[in-house]
Design a protein around this ligand. Structure first.
Ligand SMILES: [Mg+2]
Length: 241
């Protein structure tokens, strides 16, 4: 039986795309950069995604990706790249101020409160995540909050999970379940740490990386049934590709 739920935040509990869109629009307006079209936002979003993947692979530091993604985007858009640092600072504040829950997320987290040890496990920045958690009320729901910037490791690095295990020494690895939307950081992180994984995959994306996940759900309201079922040996028999 699972006892500790490790929750990814962005794209799993909160609608990151909505926050990103609002945060970017607010910053474009703040720095008088003109309107931000959907096409520009799409370009930024894919650059941002590439940079975060480089962070997950350990190829770049957090600071390098935070600034580098805007330098790359500004370069493409003909905007002064020197603005990247100030833009990122403002963006972190805006990101933390825009909170949209994904379907069922808040009700589910509240329903599970007290029944499971619930922890946030996130690679976001401390500034944005702390603001987000406070503004959303999630800081009162989670028993523990693990932000990579505090831990010195990013998911999927096992070092991230070692800190979690040290903080919660009473639980065995098979009693943990990590729930997240990212194959490369959440699911691979769970695999690296040796704990069961539940892939939140609302868009039914293919598992191109063939990460060996244990459970897959399209909607968060599928989780209670999964949790109440008994999985005595959660690791190997239920693994699906
Ligand atoms: Mg995520």
């Amino acid at each position: 039986m699972y006892k500790v739920l490790l929750w990814d935040i962005d794209g799993t509990i909160l609608d990151f795309q909505a926050s990103e869109r609002e945060g970017m629009r607010a910053c474009f307006s703040h720095f008088s950069l003109g309107p931000l079209s959907d096409e520009m936002l799409k370009t930024y979003s894919s650059i941002n995604h590439r940079f975060w993947q480089a962070l997950e692979r350990g190829e770049m530091s957090k600071q390098e990706i935070l600034i580098g993604r805007f330098q790359a985007f500004f370069h493409l858009m003909g905007i002064n790249e020197q603005l990247a640092e100030a833009f990122n600072r403002e963006y972190q504040l805006r990101l933390g101020d825009t909170v949209y829950f994904l379907d069922h997320a808040y009700a589910l987290l509240s329903q599970l409160q007290g029944k499971y040890v619930q922890c946030a496990v996130t690679n976001g920045t401390r500034l944005a995540q702390e603001r987000k958690l406070k503004k959303s009320g999630l800081d009162h729901i989670f028993d523990h909050i693990f932000i990579s910037e505090d831990l010195g490791f990013e998911k999927p690095n096992p070092g991230f999970f070692d800190v979690v295990f040290r903080r919660l020494p009473a639980y065995r690895k098979q009693e943990y379940l990590i729930i997240g939307d990212s194959l490369t950081s959440d699911m691979q992180g769970g695999v690296n740490a040796g704990i069961p994984c539940c892939w939140f995959n609302p868009n039914r994306l293919p598992n191109l990386q063939h990460v060996p996940i244990d459970h897959e759900i399209q909607s968060l309201d599928e989780l209670p049934a999964l949790l109440s079922a008994s999985f005595p040996t959660a690791l190997s028999p239920h693994r699906i590709l």
